[in-house]
Write a protein that binds this ligand. Structure first.
Ligand SMILES: NC(=O)c1ccc[n+]([C@@H]2O[C@H](COP(=O)([O-])OP(=O)(O)OC[C@H]3O[C@@H](n4cnc5c(N)ncnc54)[C@H](O)[C@@H]3O)[C@@H](O)[C@H]2O)c1
Length: 331
């Protein structure tokens, strides 16, 4: 089967290797010519890994549109809408969109599935799947065991994507029809990972990290339930699973960005130093809006938002959280 990958960064290029391992053909599109050249030299653009000979890239979007009608969206969430507009102008056949980016659009508070529905003409949209779960590209590229979830409103399509990506060596994919739960789980966990990193940056210990992860899952549950997803999804791979891997790992870009926030580094400097995608900071901004619009109680995310906006220092954050009314842990 032929699949086009939109975004040849850490994750897109890694998934390309998996698809080739599974016997598929891939072509990657990226607007960054350096990434394209590296892939075409069989080198991963971010990791010290040699890629399969047949993994190829182009900086011409039309090449990928002509190559396939299954597209994997692996650009940062902030770029998804503009890329989809460009794709829609070129697509002339029914196409399936498999999103692997994790975030919500801050300006509209929309999930990627909603953006796809808005930007791709109905006659060209076959369906949408999100492929998500605990997955550091650094591990998948060296074929280490990873479990993902393929979620779609269309179970048949979720099962098709499950088969495309699963293999008996290192990747196992489950299905879900709770698209809302899976999309929000993947987005909110990045915000919590930033907060977990900030605790480490502030010099707090493992007690604090366990507390952030556990109370973080409560914030994920509140968002998922309020937005129409299933509570159980938050306790699966796409919620707590992805939260554990991201919020407890120095490998995570969101955790690393949070650590710098905790050490007092300004956000502009963090973005300048980290050229690759950091979804969590923008997701904190989006979730802060979401909490206001839908009246969702997200204390950690809202304090993190105030820090990002320079309305609160990291030193003031803890007393602010700890001085809230004392409560029961019962749901
Ligand atoms: N890195 C991981 O381990 C991992 C795992 C699972 C999910 N994700 C998610 O996948 C998404 C991408 O992450 P990544 O780590 O690959 O990021 P990345 O920064 O390494 O790669 C993103 C790529 O998209 C390209 N790009 C950006 N805007 C574009 C545009 N308008 N047109 C064409 N190309 C464009 C960039 O040039 C870059 O090569 C994020 O939402 C992230 O949360 C990442």
């Amino acid at each position: 089967m032929k699949l086009g990958i939109i975004g040849g960064g850490a994750w897109g290029t890694t998934l390309g290797q998996t698809l080739i391992d599974n016997g598929h053909e891939v072509l990657i599109y990226d607007f960054n010519i350096h990434a394209v050249n590296k892939i075409n030299q069989h080198l991963h653009p971010f990791f010290d890994t040699v890629l399969p000979e047949s993994e190829k890239a182009t900086s011409n979007l039309k090449d990928v549109i002509d190559f396939a009608n299954y597209y994997i969206l692996s650009v940062p969430t902030k770029a998804v809408r503009s890329v989809l507009k460009e794709m829609n102008a070129l697509i002339n056949k029914k196409s399936t969109f498999i999103n692997v980016s994790k975030g919500i659009e801050p300006e509209t508070l929309k999930r990627v599935s909603e953006i796809v529905e808005e930007e791709i003409s109905k006659e060209h949209l076959n369906g949408f799947v999100v492929l998500t779960g605990p997955s550091h590209a650094e591990e998948v590229i060296i074929r280490q065991l990873t479990l993902l979830v393929s979620s779609s409103k269309d179970l048949g399509l979720a099962q098709e994507v499950q088969k495309i990506f699963s293999n008996d060596q290192y990747l196992r994919v489950y299905t879900s029809t709770d698209l809302i739960g899976c999309e929000f789980g993947g987005a909110v966990k990045n915000a919590i990972a930033v907060i977990s990193g900030a605790c480490t940056g502030m010099g707090l210990g493992e007690n604090a990290r366990a507390a952030v992860i556990t109370r973080g899952i409560i914030e994920i549950v509140r968002v998922v339930e309020m937005m129409g997803g299933k509570r159980d999804t938050a306790f699966g791979l796409t919620g707590i699973g992805d939260l554990i891997v991201t919020a407890s790992s120095e490998n995570s870009r969101n955790f690393k960005a949070g650590k710098k926030i905790g050490q007092g580094m300004p956000i502009d400097q963090i973005y300048a130093e980290q050229k690759q995608t950091i979804e969590g900071i923008r997701t904190i901004e989006a979730l802060h809006q979401l909490s206001k619009v839908y009246h969702i109680d997200l204390p950690m995310i809202n304090v993190a938002y105030e820090i990002i906006q320079n309305k609160l220092t990291v030193e003031e954050a803890l007393p602010k959280l700890l001085s809230r009314d004392l409560k029961s842990e019962d749901f």
